[in-house]
Design a protein around this ligand. Structure first.
Ligand code: ADP
Ligand code: MG
Length: 565
């Protein structure tokens, strides 16, 4: 272990030399109350910034053990510390001068969700904290400017570290609230299913967002208010009694006029698989953690998926038990999304009419009379929805504004009326009596078959270099193959997308060989992450990127969209 004064004199020695001289700084230095590691030095001032990490011993960091004695508290604590560190670093007005990325600090920016990230981790056995971030090592042209790096590492950073990573220096009340909120959220999440519910939305929640590009809560909006018939309550360890709308297992239909808040409610439920920070408005919107948004996704690729539950007898004679396409239609893509969600063991489907293929969702009576069943390849979702619940235990929440057909199979019908939900089940069922029911197919359909053969990534093993690139939240690419995740709507963070890329790569290179069951591969991967940590996805060969934890559902969604599966 070198001391910080070693680093200081090293910086003096390399000042004004060629940029590669910075490579000599790699290593770990003792700064008294913490250790600074220079893990990877950028090749030139314009390349992605250098990777650094800070390590604080548990006894100096001083966080109470009761703040990290469970996994979800560790996640909440580290999320909070990442935010604090980000805030203090972004408050620095001074920026070291120079070419390219000189002087730039970059730390993971957390959004509204509380996610497990590699940016900050705590060791549960001793409370040691590690924080990973990036810094652009300053240069004039391509010459080392070590005086500026000295300022960054010896003047700016120590203050930021001291005011954000030590318990004695931070706002302790605020941190306590963060931990308490995580305990309350955890309580609802664990009790949800045993109360017969798939989702809970607390009274007073704020569901709408500021705008299509901002995840911040909308100000001056109508707060959520549960209808009497669906009101449930939880006793939370810190918040006390909380009331709200419990959406029961089964089939729930959400109807209402245009602009009355249906899609906003569904969107909140989609993201309710994650915990949200205090002040978000959705802190107590809690959804079954396996919930999957199901939508049409024209153009996606499908690899050997059994969509015969929904699609049969295609005019081109194509096999739908092992369906393959590079360019799916609206209905086939939505059928594949349903079957693949079943494969992930999801127990709740979330569907919005706005983003569905109509011919996948319904077939009205007139159409059934004119085009006979055996001339229509599609068995619409409405004919399978009860079976999904009764045979596979999968509940559905469906938003429909224009089509009344789902009144028949629905167990619960909720109307959004000026952003307030009303229970209209009885009235709607009464009205529906006068309309014909959908006819159900006579034959019982076999379970979808999930046996597939994967190529074991030999095409990747042969490559000299594997290049992984994340394109925002919407896609990643492995060498020349881009995986489009634009319509995998429950990805909440770019770092999750990065993690999905590395997860797919890891599975391809290490897990898929000889396997036939994608779910088993994903389970093995999640298990590996659980025991070794999220950063285990990163082979030592790759430059370390910061990752955020995805769900198994999104991991499988990414695999299913890989055109080289
Ligand atoms: P629908 O799907 O029923 O047509 P949306 O959910 O898209 O309606 O909502 C329409 C608009 O109303 C959106 O701009 C949304 O931000 C806004 N909105 C939704 N819920 C609320 C609310 N509780 N208070 C105020 N505005 C809301
Ligand atoms: Mg809508």
């Amino acid at each position: 272990m070198k001391s910080s004064s070693n680093l200081k004199s090293l910086l003096k020695n390399i000042d004004r030399k060629g940029y590669p001289a910075y490579k000599n700084t790699q290593g770990t230095y003792d700064f008294g109350t913490y250790f600074l590691s220079i893990d990877h030095v950028q090749g030139d001032p314009f390349a992605s910034p250098s990777k650094l990490s800070i390590h604080v011993k548990g006894r100096s960091a001083g966080f109470p053990a009761s703040f990290y004695d469970t996994k979800y508290k560790q996640v909440a604590l580290c999320d909070h510390l990442t935010r604090l560190f980000y805030q203090t670093l972004s408050k620095i007005s001074f920026r070291a001068k120079g070419s390219g990325k000189s002087g730039l600090f970059s730390v993971s920016k957390c959004g509204q969700q509380v996610l497990e990230r590699t940016a900050c981790t705590i060791n549960p056995s001793n409370g040691d904290i590690s924080v990973h971030f990036e810094a652009g090592f300053p240069a004039n042209g391509r010459t080392v400017n070590a005086r500026e790096l000295d300022k960054m590492l010896f003047r700016l950073l120590p203050d930021c570290i001291s005011s954000s990573l030590f318990y004695k220096n931070i706002d302790q009340k605020m941190l306590e609230e963060v931990i308490h909120l995580s305990e309350d959220q955890h309580t609802i999440r664990t009790e949800l299913s045993s109360m017969g519910l798939v989702a809970f939305i607390a009274d007073g929640s704020v569901l709408p967002r500021e705008s299509g590009i901002s995840q911040k809560p909308l100000r001056n909006c109508v707060k959520f208010q549960s209808p009497d018939t669906y009101r449930v309550s939880f006793e939370l360890p810190h918040h006390g009694t909380i009331t709200g709308m419990g959406i029961p297992k089964g089939i729930t239909l959400i109807v209402g006029g245009g602009y009355h808040g249906k899609s906003t409610l569904l969107k909140a439920l989609e993201l309710g698989v994650y915990d949200h920070v205090k002040g978000d408005g959705r802190e107590f919107v809690i959804t079954d953690p396996t919930a999957m948004k199901i939508r049409a996704e024209d153009g996606r690729s499908i690899t050997n998926t059994d969509i015969s539950m929904f699609i049969n007898n295609l005019p081109n004679g194509k096999n739908t038990v092992s369906f393959d396409t590079e360019d799916a239609s609206g209905s086939t893509s939505q059928a594949a999304n349903v079957v693949e969600a079943m494969e992930t063991d999801s127990s709740l489907f979330l569907i919005d009419e706005d983003t569905s293929a109509t011919n996948f969702m319904i077939r009205d009576e007139l159409m059934q009379r004119v085009v006979l069943r055996d001339q229509e390849p599609i068995t619409p979702f409405i004919e399978r929805i009860r079976e999904l619940y009764e045979r596979y235990g999968i509940s559905s929440i469906i938003v429909a504004g224009s089509c009344g057909s789902y009144f028949h199979p629905a167990d619960h019908i909720i109307q959004m009326d000026q952003y307030i939900p009303k229970d209209i089940t009885t009235a709607a069922k009464d009205a529906a009596k006068d309309f014909p029911m959908v006819s159900l197919p006579e034959k019982k359909h076999p379970d979808p078959c999930f046996d597939r053969c994967f190529n074991a990534g030999n095409h990747l093993k042969k490559e000299r270099k594997i290049k992984m690139k994340t394109l925002g939240k919407d896609a990643f690419s492995i060498n020349k193959d881009t995986v489009d995740l634009r319509y995998v709507e429950q990805i909440a963070d770019t770092e999750q997308t990065t993690a999905l890329g590395y997860a797919l790569l890891y599975a391809k290179l290490h897990l898929m060989d000889g396997k036939k069951d994608l779910c088993a591969v994903a389970d093995e991967l999640m298990q590996m992450i659980e025991t070794k940590g999220l950063s285990a996805l990163l082979d030592s060969k790759y430059v370390k990127s910061n990752l955020a934890m995805p769900r198994k559902q999104e991991v499988m969604a990414a695999m299913n969209r890989y055109r080289n599966l």
